[in-house]
Design a protein around this ligand. Structure first.
Ligand code: GLN
Length: 255
């Protein structure tokens, strides 16, 4: 079964590009649902030898699989940089971005969002023996801070905390900046809570929370503006999975 999906997914790679434009316009005739993501965001999306869909696994992948099933479509996953997801939704390269993506004013200008399916916040990942970072404000004391380019953490550190540019390191993957905390190049990484916890655990680091500085943020699925057909189908299924406890059940499996 898994192999079959894998093979189909491989065969469909070439087709994705050609049907991409149609899919972006919300044509219901296509039998594939193309999800774009950045598979370096454990536990929401990551790669592994035997994933749920080919090498891809995680909470978002499991949710997207349910969505595809409910629409009678085959789920195809396009892995790309987080920064490129919104443009790919806009141009129709992908039907939807499922990437632990937080609903934000700025993003609503270019895409439509589904109902929220998960609530997270930001945390600081620091060395296990760190004693001088207790709140977000402490980062302003000349601390070297890492973030992932274009993530919520990036805008908090850059705009809200206004940390000096020379003290900010931006990477494409959370794991890279977390590595720098581990080897002492950085004092802290500001990153989404679930991913921060997963990365801290793996690397023997610790997580500092600051509920005052870091607001709750809601993850939702992004689709092309005006693609109401797809958005309605997504919302109906998400609503059902939220009510039945299915999303929580999926999340438990990965936490
Ligand atoms: N939730 C964060 C954001 O939307 C990070 C998402 C991600 O890294 N995939 O910016």
């Amino acid at each position: 079964m898994k192999k079959g999906i894998l093979k189909l997914a491989a065969l469909s790679v070439a087709a994705v590009l050609s049907v991409g434009l149609m899919a972006g316009c919300g044509e219901g005739s296509d039998d594939k649902l193309v999800m774009g993501t950045n598979a370096a965001f454990e536990p929401f999306e990551f790669t592994t030898t035997e994933g749920l869909v080919g090498e891809f696994d995680g909470i978002d992948v499991a949710i997207a699989l349910e969505l595809a099933k409910s629409m009678d479509k085959e789920l195809v996953i396009e892995d790309m940089e987080f920064d490129g997801l919104l443009a790919s939704v806009q141009t129709g390269k992908i039907d939807m971005a499922v990437a632990g993506m937080t609903i934000k004013e700025e993003r609503l200008k270019s895409v439509d969002f589904s109902i929220p399916y998960y609530t997270a916040t930001q945390v600081m990942v620091v060395a296990a023996d760190n004693t001088d970072i207790a709140k977000a404000e402490d980062l302003k004391n000349g601390k070297k801070v890492g973030v992932v380019l274009g993530y919520t953490g990036d805008s908090i550190v850059t705009d809200d905390l206004a940390i000096a540019e020379e003290n900010i390191t931006r990477a494409n993957r959370g794991v890279d900046v977390v590595q720098d905390v581990k080897n002492g190049k950085l004092d802290a990484v500001v990153i989404d809570s679930y991913t921060g916890k997963a990365l801290a655990e793996k690397n023997g680091l610790k997580v500092i929370e600051d509920a005052e500085a870091f607001e709750a943020e809601e993850y939702a699925i992004a689709v092309a503006k005006g693609n109401t057909e797809l958005l309605d189908a997504i919302n109906t299924k998400l609503e059902e999975m939220l009510t039945s406890g299915k999303i929580e059940e999926i999340a438990q499996q990965y936490n």
